[in-house]
Each structure stands twice: as structure tokens, then as C-alpha cells.
Design a protein around this ligand. Structure first.
Ligand SMILES: [Zn+2]
Length: 335
């Protein structure tokens, strides 16, 4: 696609979204939602009070999330993940199931009270990064370093410079550090944190905690005690299981299950692949560990549609309005 084609398709989408927004405001979509049928699992990440795009493109404000919940109550049927797998769908409404990845403390702080207030269930996919001695995921650390860290730094005999999107790129080949680290185990990521941590004074900025702080063991336990929350696993270190060696991936899958089950004292049977990334081997290993619900984003193989353990999810888009998000939730596409 040429640059002018890209610009015109972006503009066309913007006009479509504005038009839809206007129609929704005029009440033209009442019948659309009344007659919508089907089901969708939604993927949320962090929730914060303000400035939701400050460090990444996955957060929503609490106010927007609450608007989603109000919309679900009014127009949709919300199921738990277990009910979704058991296909306990409403025939008279569109069905949605809410999931949260990454185990942010903000899920405990903002999401849990809202789920209880609106009596809506959700599943939270959490890593074991706490037990590894960290209160932040490596990729969130890198996002924050991109904002507050030095313009240039050296790591493993390679120089990295920030681009205009605050991403560190190698001066040798232009590949981002985040992308390179996706292909490594946690040891190299831990080394990166060790090198950059003294240069990134983000922990002094208390107001930023909502964007990165992981849940404590106590918070995971409190979340699990709610009738509206289920705990699932999301890898030990938040490594990309499709890119690291399969023996390490198998170990991570097993250890995360054990870690979470010890905390919440009940079985953990669902797993969400970090970055939605998996291979056929990773799926097999996950099943051998005892996971019965495997959550991807988009499937990589056609045959995954026939696998009763696997489901796709739609990632919530923080750049669009509530009505456009709800339209995409029903259609399954942001086009
Ligand atoms: Zn994740």
C-alpha cells in the first residue's frame, strides 16, 4: 500500500467512525443491538484514572471502562469464561465474556469494585513475575524506559537510540530492543532491566504506578475470593512462548499454574498466551500441563477453530469511542 493509499484509508475509517458515532447518537443503532446475536471474548489490559495512552496503547480510563459495563448491562449478556466454554449463551442477546491480561494492580484497584457494583464476571490472566522478584513486567519496564530513560544507551555491545515513538532501536540494524528480547528467555531481559533501571527513575513518580505496578500475592488472593473474578495464567515471566525454546516454555506453563494454584488454593485451568503468540507445540505442552481453556487473540491455524480448548479474543481498542467499540465487538472487526 502506498503512502497516499494509507492516508486515504485512514481518513475513510475516521469518517466511517464519525458517521457511526453520529448515527448512534441519533438512536439509529437501537435495532442493530436489539437484533445482534453471537458471542465474543474481549481482551482488556490496564485501567487508569487519566491519560490512558501515556505509556502504551492498551489502557482504558476507569470512566470508559464503566461506560462499557453500562452498555453490556443494557444490551448484552455477560458470561464468565467457564459459562462461555460451556456455551451457556443467551439466544436473545449478544454474548460477551471479559478477560484482563497482565495482572496489573489497577485491575484490583479499579476493575474489581466495578465488577462487584455491576455484578459482571471477568477472568484475570496473571504471571508469576512477583515470585521472580519483580513488580513490573519486562515489556512495561521498556515502555517506561522509552519515556523517561536516556536518549541512547549500550546493551550487550550494541548501541540503542530512541525513535520518535520512544522505542529503543539498534543503531546497527534498526531492530527494536523489545522485538529482539521477544526471542530470548528471561535472563537477558533481567540483564536489560539491570542496565537501564538506574537510568530510569520511574519509581519516584508515584502518580505513574497505575500504569505498571503488578498485583501483590494478597491482591491476587482478594481478587480470587470475589464471585465475579476468576484467575487464569499468563506465563511465568511474560515471555513469548512461541519464540523461546519449547523446554523453557513447558517449564513456564507448569510453574505458573503451580504458583497461582498455591496462592488462590483452587485449580487454574485457563491460560492466555502472552502477546497472543503460540505454536502447535506450545498448545500441546499447555494441554499436557492440564490447561483446559487456551486463549489466543487471532488463530494462526485454521484447525484451531476445531480445537475445543482454544478460543480467539478481540483486543479492546483504546483509540475509539464506546459506541464504535461496541459496534466492533458485535462485528468482530475494527474496519
Ligand atoms: Zn500479556
Amino acid at each position: 500500500m502506498t503512502l497516499s493509499q494509507k492516508i486515504s484509508s485512514k481518513l475513510a475509517r475516521k469518517i466511517k467512525y464519525l458517521f457511526r458515532e453520529l448515527c448512534y447518537g441519533l438512536g439509529f443503532y437501537k435495532n442493530f443491538y436489539r437484533s445482534a446475536r453471537g458471542s465474543r471474548i474481549l481482551l482488556y489490559h490496564g485501567i487508569c484514572e487519566h491519560d490512558h495512552l501515556k505509556f502504551n496503547t492498551l489502557f482504558l480510563t476507569r470512566k470508559t471502562f464503566e461506560s462499557h459495563l453500562k452498555f453490556y448491562k443494557k444490551h448484552f449478556n455477560v458470561l464468565s469464561l467457564d459459562e462461555y466454554y460451556q456455551q451457556k449463551f443467551s439466544c436473545n442477546r449478544f454474548n460477551v465474556c471479559l478477560t484482563f491480561d497482565d495482572g496489573f494492580a489497577n485491575n484490583h484497584k479499579y476493575v474489581l469494585p466495578l465488577l462487584e457494583q455491576y455484578e459482571i464476571p471477568a477472568t484475570f490472566f496473571i504471571t508469576a513475575i512477583q515470585v521472580a522478584g519483580y513488580d513490573i513486567l519486562w515489556n512495561d519496564f521498556l515502555s517506561i524506559a522509552g519515556k523517561y530513560g536516556p536518549a541512547k544507551f549500550n546493551f550487550k555491545d550494541e548501541a540503542y537510540v530512541k525513535d520518535r515513538h520512544n522505542k529503543y532501536l539498534s543503531t546497527d540494524n534498526g531492530i527494536s530492543l523489545a522485538e529482539k528480547l521477544r526471542f530470548t528467555g528471561f535472563d537477558k531481559k533481567a540483564e536489560m532491566i539491570k542496565v537501564l533501571h538506574p537510568l530510569v527513575p520511574f519509581k519516584t513518580k508515584k502518580q505513574d504506578e497505575d500504569y505498571w505496578l503488578q498485583m501483590t500475592t494478597r491482591q491476587i488472593r482478594e481478587l480470587s475470593a470475589s464471585p465475579f473474578a476468576t484467575i487464569g495464567a499468563h506465563g511465568y515471566y511474560h515471555n513469548d512462548l512461541a519464540k523461546i525454546n519449547i523446554r523453557e516454555a513447558a517449564e513456564e506453563l507448569a510453574l505458573t499454574k503451580q504458583y497461582l494454584e498455591n496462592i488462590i488454593e483452587r485449580p487454574v485451568s485457563s491460560f492466555a498466551f502472552p502477546y497472543g503468540s503460540y505454536t502447535t507445540d506450545v498448545v500441546e505442552v499447555a494441554k499436557n500441563c492440564g490447561y483446559e481453556q487456551l486463549l489466543a487473540t487471532a488463530f494462526i491455524n485454521k484447525k484451531d477453530n476445531d480445537d475445543i480448548t482454544m478460543r480467539e479474543r478481540l483486543t479492546v481498542n483504546p483509540f475509539i469511542s464506546v459506541s464504535n467499540q461496541m459496534y466492533a465487538t458485535v462485528t468482530g472487526s475494527y474496519e
